[in-house]
Write a protein that binds this ligand. Sequence first.
Ligand SMILES: Cc1cc2nc3c(=O)[nH]c(=O)nc-3n(C[C@H](O)[C@H](O)[C@H](O)COP(=O)(O)OP(=O)(O)OC[C@H]3O[C@@H](n4cnc5c(N)ncnc54)[C@H](O)[C@@H]3O)c2cc1C
Length: 429
Amino acid sequence: MGRRDIPIDVSATYDVAVIGGGASGLAAAFCAARAGARVAVLERDVFCGLPILATGNGRCNLSNTNLDPARYRHPDVARAVMGPDPEREVADLTDAWGIVTCSIDDRLYPFSRRAESVRDALLAACARQGVELCCGLDLVEASYERAAGGAEGQGAWNLVVEGPERPLRGKRGGDFHADLRARRRDLKQTPRVRHTVAARSVIIACGGSSLAMASCFGLPHIEERPVLCPVACSIDDRSRALAALDGLRVDARLTLLHDGIETWREAGEVLFRPYGVSGIVAFDLSRRALPGDEVVLDPFYTFSPEELDSLMSRRASALAPLTPGNPSWYDGFLARPLAELLTELGTTTIRLRVQGTADERVAQVRAGGIPFEAVDVPSLRISSSAAPYLFACGEALDMDADCGGFNLAWAWLSGKRAGESAAQAATRG
Ligand SMILES: Cc1cc2nc3c(=O)[nH]c(=O)nc-3n(C[C@H](O)[C@H](O)[C@H](O)COP(=O)(O)OP(=O)(O)OC[C@H]3O[C@@H](n4cnc5c(N)ncnc54)[C@H](O)[C@@H]3O)c2cc1C
């Protein structure tokens, strides 16, 4: 599935054109087509759905059993767009796409545990609805042509797209990755031509690099920055102390302090790196921590202060008093490198100063994008008279969330909302 490049129909006026065929764009296209619209997806890469393949380490953590709005950058917007029962809405969509899910703790995965089965099911569902997937196309210009006499409802967008002058050549009989590489190579080498595509409604679903698209449509834009990645931080006056802990994983709680005031806390596995901390809890921290903030790492968070005091006293009686420079006191309790650091600091917690994000190549999402001030919620219609019949969804908007399936849940449900709104606007004016 997904290797179909239906040439765009330049003689038609589509009801809905979706710019970007990733998670939110495919959800939007499916929902718009299901609502009766003729839909084209304009995707710059050689296939649609490719971003889904990398999710969840190839297993696709596609949602969460508790889609708490507080896990999103704008909880009120998330609540309004995703509705009062978002878990049910995601389940309705996955049912419609034929995806059987299972949960591991509170994370939802496809039963197959394979991201490609999510992508394939979604592409098959789009095909059943007659969605036209047009790949290798870059949007270069967009203008709205109002109907003669200014009757706004009958106008259309003219989308100037640039694409290869002939269908792309793949690698037949090869594996998917060989085919993908061959097509991408061909896309680069093939001369490009411009087409104009007409559509009554347009949905921006281009993902987390939306500046060019926002400029194309004359929209405001909040600068993007990669998040859900490691955090660079160090101990004041001991900038190299974490190097000794590199690669150590501990179950700990991170508490974030901004100007000394606690703003967030979360517990889970923390991976020490020479430059700071990584792992899921650190990824969630990266969405919130600012340079100069302080983070308290507590490896004993599962004990109450009283329990910890009592445990330490009992150990001191049974072993010997805890003295500085005697990390072996923690043998049987803590990993040695952590014990060395704690005995050197003379504390039971580690206070870290944040420098910023680190290793952004592994970032899972980008904060920033088209601001909600420019968008009607919950329809996700752009509220500018200069850009009528324009909608946005997914990461193109200024929305990001914690690890755990929250970002894909936003992609599916914001795509659904934008797709249904765009179809309704196009077919009913
Ligand atoms: C490594 C990794 C792992 C992740 N794992 C998870 C996970 O397990 N669970 C989870 O919830 N989230 C995960 N995420 C985040 C999740 O993938 C995103 O939140 C989600 O894909 C966003 O959907 P989107 O449709 O907005 O953007 P995308 O899925 O990125 O799709 C955007 C699409 O638009 C296309 N495009 C861009 N510009 C143009 C243009 N000008 N013209 C035409 N097409 C264009 C792109 O080629 C792309 O296909 C992960 C992200 C990464 C990077």
